[in-house]
Design a protein around this ligand. Structure first.
Ligand code: FAD
Length: 427
C-alpha cells in the first residue's frame, strides 16, 4: 500500500481522504490539529490563541450564513440534503454536512485528531520523492515522523489575515480588527466603523454592523459604487489611503472620523511546515511552482487542494483531488519544464486579459473551464451545467440586491437548469 499523507481535515482534507480510501493501493493518513472535522466551519466565539497556544483557525462569525446557495456547494457525489428549505444556510448546517460526509465515507478511521504537522521534508530517490512528515501529538506533546509516498496539503487559506499597508496607521487611536476576529456586532453599537474591502466578508459584515453601529463606511476600490440598495446608515467611500489620529483619508481626498477600522482584506497563503527543500514559494500571492494550481512540479508527489478562490470550493476540491490521484496512479505527467511553461503561459494570458498578477489563483468565471480541464485530464464527467448557471445567476443577483439575495431559494431541476422557488428581492 502507498501511504498518502493529508494535512488537515477541513472540506479539502476530507475530500482527499474520501477518494484516496476508494483508490486501490492507497492508504490515507490525515493529520488534524483540532479535535474534530470541518476546519473553518467549526465556529468558536474565541479569538487569538487556542488552548494549545496555536492561532485560532476559524474565521466564522456567529450569525454567518453561506454566500453561495447550498445547491451549488456540495461535493458532486454527496449533495446537501434538501431537508432545509433555505438555500443560504447557517454555518452550523455546513458543519453538519461535513460530518455526515465523514460518516458516510467512513473517514474517521484514517484521521488522527489533535495531531499538528510541524515539518515536511522531501526524500528524493531515483523513483521520485517521498515525504517525511513530523507531527506533534498535542495531548502527549510527543513528536513522530511518518514517511509518505504522496502528500496532499489541505491546511486551509482563510486563517492568516492579510493586513494592508495604511500610511500613518501608527497615528490612529481607534480600534483595528481583521474580519478573522469578527464574531458579532454588539461591541460596535453606536460607533462609526470603516469596513475596508467589499468582497463577500466585507459586504456581509458591513450589513450586520449597520444593525447596531452609528454609521458604516464601506471603503473599497471597485470602480463604481455597488449598485444595490444599502441600509440608510451605510455609505460607500473610496479606498483608504492614510490614517489620521481619529479617522481616515480616502482616495478622493475626503476624510471621515471613525472609531474602528474593520479589515476585510482577505487572507495569506501560508505553509509554515514546509522546509525550503520542498521547493514551494509564495510570490505576489501566487503559490509556485504549481501545475494546474495543484501539483508541485518540482516534486509531483505533493499536491495542494483549495488554492483557487472565488470558486465553488467543494466541487473544485473534488476535481483537484481526483486529478492529483489520477496523475499519481495512472498518468505520466509532462516534464517539469513543460508543466512550468503551461503555468507561465496561463499566467501571461490572464495578465493580458487585464488581471492583476496577485489574482492568478482567483478563478471566478474561469472556474468552469478549469474544472473541465481537470476532468479532461483525468477522464472524469463534467460538473452539471446547472451548477454553473445557478452560481453565475446568484453572483449577479448578489451585487444588485446585497441586502436581500440570501432570502431567495433555489432548486436544481435538471442537468442544465434550476428554478427560483422564492425571490429575495426588495420589490
Ligand atoms: P479549512 O476548512 O480551513 O480546513 C483546514 C484544516 O487544516 C483545519 O481543520 C485546520 O485545523 C487544519 N490544519 C491546518 N494546519 C494544520 C497543521 N499544521 N497540522 C494539522 N492540521 C492543520 N465556501 C463555500 O462553499 N460557501 C460559503 O458560503 C463560504 N463562506 C465562507 C465564509 C467565510 C467567512 C470563510 C472564511 C470561508 C467561506 N467559504 C465558503 C470558504 C471555505 O473556506 C471553504 O468552503 C472550505 O471550507 C475550505 O476548506 P479547507 O479544507 O481548504 O480549509
Amino acid at each position: 500500500m502507498r501511504v498518502v499523507g493529508v494535512i488537515g481535515a477541513g472540506a479539502a482534507g476530507l475530500c482527499a481522504a474520501r477518494h484516496a480510501l476508494a483508490s486501490t493501493g492507497l492508504s490515507p493518513v490525515v493529520w488534524e490539529k483540532s479535535s474534530q472535522v470541518g476546519g473553518t466551519w467549526v465556529y468558536t466565539p474565541h479569538t487569538g490563541k487556542d488552548q494549545d497556544g496555536l492561532p485560532i483557525h476559524s474565521s466564522m462569525y456567529q450569525s454567518l450564513k453561506t454566500n453561495l446557495p447550498k445547491e451549488v456547494m456540495g461535493f458532486p457525489d454527496f449533495p446537501f440534503s434538501s431537508d432545509k428549505e433555505e438555500s443560504f444556510i447557517h454555518h452550523s448546517d455546513v458543519l453538519k454536512y461535513l460530518k455526515s460526509y465523514t460518516d458516510n465515507f467512513n473517514l474517521n478511521q484514517c484521521i488522527k485528531f489533535r495531531h499538528h504537522v510541524e515539518l515536511v521534508s522531501p526524500v528524493v530517490t531515483d523513483d521520485g520523492t517521498t515525504w517525511q512528515v513530523t507531527v506533534q501529538d498535542l495531548d502527549t506533546k510527543t513528536s513522530s515522523t511518518t514517511v509518505c509516498d504522496a502528500l496532499l496539503i489541505c491546511n486551509g487559506h482563510y486563517s492568516v489575515p492579510r493586513m494592508p499597508q495604511v500610511k500613518d496607521i501608527e497615528r490612529y487611536k481607534g480600534k483595528q480588527v481583521h474580519s478573522h476576529d469578527y464574531r458579532e456586532p454588539s461591541p460596535y453599537k453606536g460607533l462609526t466603523v470603516v469596513v475596508l474591502g467589499a468582497a463577500a466578508s466585507g459586504l456581509d459584515i458591513s450589513l450586520e454592523l449597520a444593525t447596531v453601529a452609528k454609521e458604516v463606511l464601506l471603503s473599497h476600490n471597485f470602480p463604481l459604487p455597488i449598485p444595490s440598495e444599502l441600509p440608510p446608515n451605510m455609505r460607500q467611500v473610496q479606498g483608504v489611503v492614510s490614517a489620521l489620529d481619529e479617522g481616515f483619508v480616502f482616495a478622493d481626498g475626503s476624510s471621515a472620523q471613525a472609531d474602528v477600522i474593520m479589515y476585510c482584506t482577505g487572507y495569506e497563503f501560508t505553509f509554515p511546515f514546509l522546509t525550503d527543500e520542498c521547493g514551494v514559494t509564495i510570490e505576489n500571492n501566487i503559490v509556485k511552482p504549481l501545475y494546474k494550481h495543484v501539483i508541485n512540479s518540482t516534486h509531483p508527489s505533493m499536491g495542494f487542494i483549495g488554492i483557487p478562490f472565488q470558486v465553488c470550493p467543494f466541487p473544485t476540491f473534488d476535481f483537484q483531488v481526483r486529478f492529483f490521484l489520477k496523475m499519481l496512479l495512472e498518468v505520466t505527467l509532462p516534464s517539469k519544464q513543460n508543466m512550468d511553461e503551461i503555468t507561465e503561459r496561463n499566467l501571461n494570458e490572464q495578465c493580458s486579459a487585464g488581471m492583476a498578477v496577485r489574482h492568478f489563483h482567483r478563478l471566478g468565471s474561469q472556474q468552469w473551464q478549469y474544472n473541465d480541464d481537470l476532468a479532461n485530464l483525468s477522464g472524469l464527467p463534467y460538473l452539471p451545467r446547472a451548477i454553473m448557471n445557478l452560481y453565475e445567476a446568484v453572483s449577479a443577483h448578489r451585487r444588485r440586491e446585497v441586502m436581500f439575495y440570501k432570502q431567495s431559494r433555489y432548486r436544481i431541476t435538471g442537468p442544465e437548469s434550476f428554478e427560483q422557488i422564492r425571490s429575495g428581492t426588495s420589490w
